[in-house]
Design a protein around this ligand. Structure first.
Ligand code: PLP
Length: 417
């Protein structure tokens, strides 16, 4: 069997995502002095514009040369003290790792275990917060998009649970695989710590930990006794005020971020969210109507617009499907993690991609599944996805008529090539 083919490797893991050519070119820069008088033009512009992506006017954005995990640690260590009570829910490998970090940093975590395939349990959160009359819980954690299971949680609902319980805890949201892809409103939902990374919706390589911090969280810093050094926001605030960093920044990544932010604002955040939903709907049609397989996400209210975890039939090893897709068809699919190992494969449908690229991923996943003995009708998933995408508008979230399709095809010249 051929293992190498010309052409691009199909990257459909839910991060790192494809880096647009424009962003790649922007990162091809000679190294320069990060203490020059010119450098703040770049750093201040990206720090200012990241706030727009978080949708915060009152909060502050931070960039660390790390990955999302570093931003998790920065969020905790700057705002909490050892022994502080933290409320968290676990429903996938990333919400699990976040809890694990909180425990290892010495916080007292009340863990609500939820079926993998569901998300943050709002009613349970509200009950626990109401019962905490002495306000011992200092932090409430919510993983906005659980990348391991393809589940999106209702962050506005978490805010409501806090408000209904009149609870003052800080709200920490993991937005690693949702920022710049799924609706996210830091100020409106009064998120105090919004954690993200560069390699998903921001369409960059991994290497930046991105953090949004509210004024309330900044005010909690002086009383937070957790040990911190590299991730100390106080050092960052001091240096960032004049456009510098307390250590050597990841320069090409900052140029790349400048370009990816330009692309995001050219398209518009709301247009991106609508496009993500439209692409995800096509993938879900492929999985459920085409292959007649199930998603790990248990009901539509949990469906993620950035990643779909596809449950495989009993007796099929997901690792085998992923390996055949990779070796035989140059297609990278996401693996099942922890208790989902072998049971699912994941299709990342976020970042710089479109219907035709996803058609390749769907067709490739189908070939790999057929090769390892999954009983599918060849072509069924492509047919279902094509039917969805041909009849829906990517922006308006509505069905389009035959005439509109015809007109759209003619006006772009696509019928005549
Ligand atoms: N949180 C979520 C939801 C993730 O998907 C990931 C990584 O995929 C992380 C946290 C960890 O981020 P990183 O791998 O950038 O450290």
């Amino acid at each position: 069997m051929p293992t190498r083919m010309p052409g691009r490797n199909g990257l459909f893991v839910p991060g790192p995502t494809n880096v647009p050519d424009r962003v790649q070119r922007a990162m091809l820069v000679a190294m320069e002095d990060h203490r020059s008088s010119k450098f703040p033009e770049l750093s201040m512009s990206v720090l200012r514009d990241l706030k727009k992506v978080f949708k915060t006017e009152t909060g502050q954005a931070f960039i660390f040369p790390s990955s999302g995990t570093g931003a998790w640690e920065a969020a905790f260590s700057n705002t909490l003290s050892p022994g502080d009570k933290v409320l968290a829910s676990r429903f996938g490998q990333f919400s699990h790792l976040w809890i694990d970090m909180a425990q290892r940093l010495g916080y007292d975590v009340e863990v609500v275990d939820v079926e993998w395939g569901e998300g943050v349990p709002l009613e349970r959160y509200e009950q626990i917060l109401r019962a905490d009359k002495r306000h011992e819980i200092k932090a409430v954690l919510a993983c906005h998009n659980e990348t391991a299971t393809g589940v999106t949680s209702d962050i506005a609902g978490v805010r409501k649970a806090l408000d209904e319980a009149h609870h003052p805890a800080l709200l920490y949201v993991d937005a690693v695989s949702s920022l710049a892809s799924i609706d996210f409103r830091m100020d409106e939902w009064q998120i105090d710590l919004a954690v993200s990374g560069s390699q998903k919706g921001l369409m960059l390589p991994a290497g930046l930990g991105i953090l949004g911090v509210s004024q309330k969280a900044l005010q909690a810093m002086p009383n937070a006794k957790s040990r911190r050094c590299y991730f100390d926001l106080a050092d960052m605030i001091k240096a960032n005020a004049s456009g510098y960093f307390p250590y050597t920044p990841a320069l090409p990544m900052l140029y790349g971020l400048r370009e990816s932010l330009n692309m995001i604002f050219e398209e518009g955040l709301d247009t991106i969210f609508a496009r993500q939903h439209y692409l995800a709907q096509g993938v879900r049609a492929a999985v459920m109507e085409g292959w007649r397989l199930k998603l790990c996400a248990r009901s539509p209210k949990w469906y993620s617009d950035t990643v779909s975890a596809v449950l495989l039939p009993e007796g099929i090893n997901g690792a085998h499907v992923i390996d055949v897709a990779f070796r035989r068809y140059n297609l990278a699919l996401g693996a099942g993690l922890a208790r989902l190992a072998g049971k699912v494969f994941r299709i990342g449908h976020l970042g710089d991609l479109n219907e035709i690229m996803l058609m390749g991923a769907i067709a490739g996943a189908e070939m790999a599944m057929l090769d390892v003995g999954v009983g599918l009708t060849p072509g069924s998933a492509v047919a279902a996805a094509s039917n969805y995408w041909r009849t829906h508008d990517p922006i308006a979230k509505k069905k389009v008529s035959q005439e509109q399709q015809f007109y759209a095809a003619h006006s772009t010249g696509s019928i005549h090539g």
